[in-house]
Design a protein around this ligand. Sequence first.
Ligand code: ADP
Ligand code: MG
Length: 336
Amino acid sequence: LSDTPDEFSLIAELFAPLARGYPGALGLIDDAALVAEQPGTEIVVTVDAMVAGVHFLPTDAADLVARKLVRVNLSDLAAKGARPFAVLLAAAFPHGTGRAWLEAFAAGLGADLQEFGIALIGGDTVATPGPLTLSLTAMGRVEAGNALLRSGAKAGDELWMSGTLGDGALGLLAAQGLLTTVDAEAVDYLADCYRLPRPRVTLGPSLVGLANAAMDVSDGLAQDLEHLCRASGLGAIVETTALPLSPAARQAIDADQSQLARALTGGDDYEILFTVPPGAADTLHRLAGESAVPLTLIGRMVQGSAVTLLDEAGRPIAVGQGGWRHFSTHGSGAGT
Ligand code: ADP
Ligand code: MG
């Protein structure tokens, strides 16, 4: 037979150490985990699934797959202002997955759980005839009533985002060897952004009490901003010239303008998009320094429901399947 460990030795040998002494994990030998209440706080829970060939490349290294799985979930918690403390893993490993792969996966998982100070407190392990499918549930805490929501934006709020835009989407191209217009250093930088997102775990909680609304940008700024607008019952205006780009993304866009549409509509940014009342810029610049994450003012929230992207001349533009185009008809918005 193959060197595939059975479910029980897999849990005992590779996963139980990742409980990292969390008491309620019960050593991963019981039916469920116990999470203690902390008065005055709420538990924020999120889950994200990743499928080989859909959310990561089947050839991606096992440790990086595990770390990305952790990070995409921590990004959701950060966007709610929550501090993470535990995760649960549901894993469907393809039949015959070898011990070396599983060990590397557990090592990557352990590295990130340690880095972010969280514990694996439970999960489920099954075998599948299909592609590797992973689901991680992440739990965090936030002061009761203070979670950052998509629905809290006010007309007149400034719209800010953390980090840079499009590195993940351009990074997918780079990782596939399809980004030939930039130098090798930029290819490496972008591919790394795609494979190993940096969730804004310090920034998120520090936005509590400051931001009126926040969300994780994971499906492309253009689309995600529409979701924030809908939840808040508002529209937004974005100055595309203000959008923060990494030097590598800038290189790709300078070489091929159509990549700007990819940066705006592609996924895998894992940045925080948030709104603040005017006057918070000084505080935000201080926070940017403290969390070592750039923060950029990209637009504002307005009455209505339209999300309008303005070009360098202040003309509205739309981002569609075919890339950028100027509005030629009424009634269509971004993402059409
Ligand atoms: P059940 O019979 O209830 O499905 P299991 O035998 O699957 O229980 O799980 C036994 C213990 O191992 C439980 O504490 C469960 O949370 C834990 N566990 C199983 N799979 C994983 C996993 N992939 N990651 C973390 N813990 C796991
Ligand atoms: Mg089970």
